[in-house]
Write a protein that binds this ligand. Structure first.
Ligand code: AMP
Ligand code: FE
Ligand code: FE
Ligand code: ZN
Length: 289
């Protein structure tokens, strides 16, 4: 697999990306990728469309990014994202938890929009919710785009910085999945888990290295080291931790279409690391175009 380009974390309109799953796999091939993982937040809804549209030569790793809550290692709690790959999408536990969380995400986004409308912002909660693709996982980027469209802010980033960011004036929390439950649930469904952007400190509080050690003991397979929201010293710190714990090191763009500025394949995973992931999970679930 020399020269193979692998991006293991991208989002479609099944969650908060702006490319439909079929357009996304076409864009991945055009970007020169050989392997792409579709990892929408808390849903597998994009898998079928992406699989059906897969261009020749491209391999699709079906996945999801699970919204989780973890002990932060300082006596409190932190939000963590868990990348889950190659699991059975019909596993009853997975279906039940994703359904619960998606419903809660919709109610939460509606309440955020209603609170802004009550304060005089030109957003309409009914319109916002009606505009979401059927079954899509609702997220703050959807409200951020509505604020851009209404001229309240000039970018999604500005919407987060002024109004929607964690701890911001219109931020509302969620009941995310306990990270231990999520790791076990995916293992039982035949999949493998990687901690997404573990030390992306600009996003909010992150867990301590001791928590990563504990999650590794629980069955976590890897750490997403090369991610746009982690700088060089942070990556070095994570690389050392992954090496110590014999965790798989991944790199990915976390592409969200025009909701972010990163390009597909901007960060990639080494072929040897990808092979290790396949060894740990259902390699037969990889879809080949
Ligand atoms: P939510 O899933 O509703 O908690 O929203 C979090 C999502 O918003 C993340 O998955 C990112 O896609 C996006 N996001 C977070 N911070 C920013 C930011 N500063 N600018 C643009 N998008 C962001
Ligand atoms: Fe996102
Ligand atoms: Fe994430
Ligand atoms: Zn992501």
């Amino acid at each position: 697999m020399v020269g193979v380009r692998i991006d293991l974390h991208v989002h479609s309109t099944a969650s908060d990306g702006t490319d439909t799953p079929d357009a996304l796999v076409a864009a991945a091939a055009a970007a020169g990728l050989d392997v792409v993982a579709l990892t929408d937040h808390d849903t597998t809804a994009g898998w079928d469309l992406a699989s059906a549209a897969l261009p020749p030569g491209l391999r699709l790793v079906p996945g999801a990014e699970l919204s989780c809550v973890s002990p932060d290692g300082r006596g409190g709690q932190a939000t963590v994202h868990l990348l889950a790959y190659l699991f059975d999408p019909d596993s009853p536990a997975v279906v039940a938890e994703q359904t619960r969380l998606r419903l809660e995400r919709r109610e939460r986004l509606r309440r955020m929009a209603e609170r802004m409308a009550a304060d005089g912002f030109p957003v309409d909660a009914d319109e916002l919710m009606a505009a979401l693709p059927t079954g899509a996982t609702a997220g703050r980027p959807h409200l951020a785009r509505a604020l851009v469209a209404a001229g309240v802010v000039s970018s999604v980033d500005e919407a987060f910085a002024r109004y929607l960011g964690t701890g911001g004036p219109y931020y509302l929390g969620r009941t995310d999945t306990p990270v231990h439950t999520a790791i076990d649930m995916i293992a039982e469904a035949g999949g493998v888990t990687v901690l997404a952007h573990p030390f992306a400190r600009t996003r909010g509080p992150v867990v301590t290295p001791e928590v990563v050690v504990e999650l590794a003991g629980r069955g976590l397979a890897g750490l997403e080291v090369d991610h746009p929201d982690q700088d060089a010293p942070t990556r070095a710190e994570l690389r050392a931790l992954a090496t110590d714990l014999d965790l798989i090191i991944t790199g990915s763009s976390d592409y969200h279409g025009t909701n972010k500025t990163v390009r597909l394949g901007q960060e990639t995973t080494a072929p040897e690391a990808f092979e290790r992931l396949l060894d740990r999970a259902g390699a037969d679930r990889v879809v080949t175009g």
